[in-house]
Design a protein around this ligand. Structure first.
Ligand SMILES: [Zn+2]
Length: 131
């Protein structure tokens, strides 16, 4: 981590730093800046500021992008599972639809925090300053 400012909330990226570790930290629900502090205090509630580096996260809003990304992932997996079950089994449609609904909902709920961390990291990392 390189910070060219004395203010911990202003980060100036260096030209040698890669964005990928920051995105990965966000996906792991860790502070994209330092990778140590937690990014969320509850399921989808960002912490006010990082406990390690004091970066303020409450104003970084990912809005609907994490939900769309989670649904896209869930849809792709669900369609794949549907194809396998539809052609390989004689399962009734109501049963298959019920199982796929549970799978899709579960994938969305599991992926949503990671996607929110990813998009918060993207939003933050793409700014030249993040005050
Ligand atoms: Zn931090």
């Amino acid at each position: 981590m390189e910070n060219n400012s004395k203010d911990p909330n202003i980060w100036t990226p260096s030209k040698t730093e890669s964005i990928w570790p920051r995105l990965w930290r966000g996906m792991k629900l860790r502070c994209p800046r330092c990778g140590t502090g937690k990014l969320f205090r509850a399921y989808l509630k960002p912490v006010a500021q990082c406990s390690n580096c004091d970066k303020k996260w409450e104003h970084v809003r990912a809005d609907l992008a994490p939900a769309w990304a989670s649904m896209t992932i869930a849809a792709h997996v669900t369609v794949l599972v549907w194809h396998v079950f539809f052609w390989q089994t004689d399962m009734p449609n109501w049963q298959l639809t019920s199982i796929l609904s549970v799978i899709a909902t579960g994938i969305c709920l599991i992926a949503l925090p990671s996607m929110k961390g990813l998009f918060m990291a993207i939003i933050w990392a793409k700014r030249t300053t993040d005050s």
